[in-house]
Write a protein that binds this ligand. Structure first.
Ligand SMILES: Nc1ncnc2c1ncn2[C@@H]1O[C@H](COP(=O)(O)OP(=O)(O)OP(=O)(O)O)[C@@H](O)[C@H]1O
Ligand SMILES: [Mg+2]
Length: 222
């Protein structure tokens, strides 16, 4: 049966919260499972594209990457051109509350993932994304949105914020990415976390759990 790609937007108005990291580790994991995956890089900084280009000779980044940052508020139309050729399209959104691409991608997305480090400043900034999602849901009632705790550390402040996050109004994923250098290494070298081998096993397990949960949320058993 012919099916169209499921569209996942990774967005948060604040810089440096882990949007590109989430996009790259998730897309690599899904691609290594045999799915056809496209990363739509909507950030003019083009980090996703740059990091995929850093892949070793002869071992390309497992997902395809296309830079769509020039399309800004028209990016949803451009993405739709790729729907027939992929199983998943994962959109790395730029930071900034006024950016047009997150607003336009949310109109056509199946799932929005909001990476969120459990710190007070990041929690504050996430209120903007909540408004963005609520507005998007008016036009796209099937839209699902979840928070992915990122760079989680085991401190009492972090635990307290995680508790607060669970009451934020956007469901919290059960998976989380803890603070690990393996994520930095994998992403800057254009490889999947599992390609880093045994030393990165704990990170690879977190990414597998993330991919399993995303597939369950999309509910198609792909
Ligand atoms: N779980 C993690 N553990 C360790 N380092 C992380 C983790 N997540 C992200 N980082 C690091 O934090 C920095 C910012 O992450 P990333 O580039 O993914 O954020 P971003 O939200 O895409 O930023 P921008 O808004 O600038 O595009 C990077 O150096 C990245 O390697
Ligand atoms: Mg980024």
């Amino acid at each position: 049966m012919h099916t169209q790609a499921r569209l996942i937007a990774v967005t948060h108005p604040k810089g440096g919260v882990g949007k590109t990291t989430t996009t790259m580790v998730l897309s690599a994991e899904l691609a290594e499972r045999g799915h056809r995956v496209l990363v739509a890089d909507c950030d003019a900084q083009a980090s996703a594209s740059a990091w995929a280009n850093a892949a070793p000779e002869g071992k390309p980044f497992p997902a395809a990457v296309v830079n769509l940052s020039a399309y800004a508020g028209k990016v949803h139309r451009e993405i739709q051109k790729h729907l027939d050729n992929y199983d998943f399209i994962i959109v790395d959104c730029p930071p900034g509350l006024d950016s047009l691409s997150p607003q336009s991608v949310i109109l056509v997305a199946d799932l929005v993932i909001v990476p969120l480090p459990p710190s007070p400043a990041d929690l504050w900034a996430a209120r903007g994304v909540k408004r963005l999602i609520e507005r998007g849901a008016d036009f796209n009632p099937a839209l699902k949105a979840v928070i992915l705790p990122n760079r989680v550390v085991r401190t009492s402040l972090s635990n307290a914020i995680m508790q607060e996050l669970s009451e934020f109004g956007i469901p919290l994923m059960s998976s989380r990415l803890t603070n690990r250098t393996a994520y930095q290494e994998a992403v800057v070298s254009g490889v999947s976390v599992s390609a880093l081998g045994r030393d990165a096993k704990a990170a690879a397990d977190e990414v597998k759990a993330l991919a399993d949960e995303v597939l369950a949320l999309l509910g198609d058993g792909k």
